[in-house]
Ligand binder design. Structure first.
Ligand SMILES: [Zn+2]
Length: 107
């Protein structure tokens, strides 16, 4: 799949493994995944259903643009449901000059 970033870079997951696709797991989703894997391992003795377990557990597919660092949540899902995040700030200092704003990041 090819996916155009707002900055103009074209992201793709054609090569695997790659550094574009990420998986976001909440603590609850992580536990769901562990339970699904444990269940299959206990009944079958091995794990053959990794893709199904990722999806069933509630893991979120996130693509990260290597140029502007925008994040696209559910990039491979319904295009109308994709949520895009852009860096607002880097660093937690109260002195604004010590934090890198999105204005100085690559577009
Ligand atoms: Zn980008």
């Amino acid at each position: 799949m090819f996916f155009p970033c707002i900055c103009g870079w074209t992201m793709t997951n054609v090569a695997s493994p790659n550094d574009i696709e990420h998986v976001l797991l909440s603590d609850r989703v992580s536990e769901n995944l562990e339970n699904l894997v444990d269940q299959e391992c206990a009944t079958v003795g091995s794990i053959d259903s990794w893709p199904e377990h990722w999806e069933e557990s509630g893991a979120i597919d996130v693509w990260r643009c290597p140029v502007c660092e925008r994040l696209y949540f559910n990039a491979t899902g319904d295009p109308s449901e994709v949520v895009v995040y852009k860096i607002e700030r880097k660093g937690l200092s109260n002195n604004p000059s010590e934090n890198r704003s999105s204005e100085s990041s690559k577009e």
